[in-house]
Design a protein around this ligand. Sequence first.
Ligand code: SAM
Length: 287
Amino acid sequence: MIKRELNYEGPSPLLYLLATPIGNMSEISPRTKAIIEESEYIACEDTRNSGLLLSRLGFSKKLISCHEHNEEAASSQIVSLLKQGKKVAYMSDAGYPAISDPGSRLVANCLNNGIKVSTVSGPNAALNALAGSGLDSTHFYFHGFLSSKPSERDQELQEIQSRKETVIFYESPHRIGKTLAALYGALGERPAVIARELTKAHEEFIRGNLKEFLALDVSTLKGEMVIVVEGKKEEKAIDEKAIINQLKAYLDSGIRSKEAIKKTAETLSINKNQVYSLYLSAFKNNQ
Ligand code: SAM
């Protein structure tokens, strides 16, 4: 059944979801501050982190803990307060609640109880990384964290392998090395960007491709990071004559066959196996 609700019409209770800074404190917006000011309760993923943020902003509010492991029970308490007419807003540790963070079960519980939900815009690591990546942002797929179990991670990558959209992953420094190896293994030599410590003093964009990333010293990949990877590209239609001409040019210049095949594939941005089979049919089978 379709339900249509105008959020700012009538006195019914409304839960605000607040996006908070992903590093740079000055990215908290005047609207976010205004909503905090008018809220009696701030529900949050971590009361210590949010308590610190609120005190830096000069607020003292009643805090309710609502995290991954107590979201169901905590949402009942939040729903009950909202029904009593109390003003409550929810924030996770950084960025948007419900985006690789708790919040979605709270939202569902509010909606099931006739409570409206509104979002207050702010920073988000995935969109910052995508916008700064320089990769095609027309269509993108946000995957967030890959599973920490290798077999599940590889299954996820297998499904992602054929996606044409740019793909966005979240990752933490302690498993970045293994993740980069798994990405190259499943997706091959694709252009990619690691966006590290966004909005912070040590913000860094590392641009290259998944194969080149294997040579990165992982001890230099500290802090928080997002990996953005180009989607699967259509294989180029092969103009066999052009490939054979390029191969012949390399062979005639004295380059050995193995190297000539590799260079031809790189020059024409095509698969090495395609060049190899043409090499066999055009040069070897005639000998
Ligand atoms: N809710 C957040 C959002 O809207 O972006 C994401 C929270 S998720 C638990 C944390 C992950 O987001 C990190 O492991 C990292 O992949 C990414 N992240 C968060 N802050 C970041 C930053 N300043 N720079 C790069 N990546 C960041």
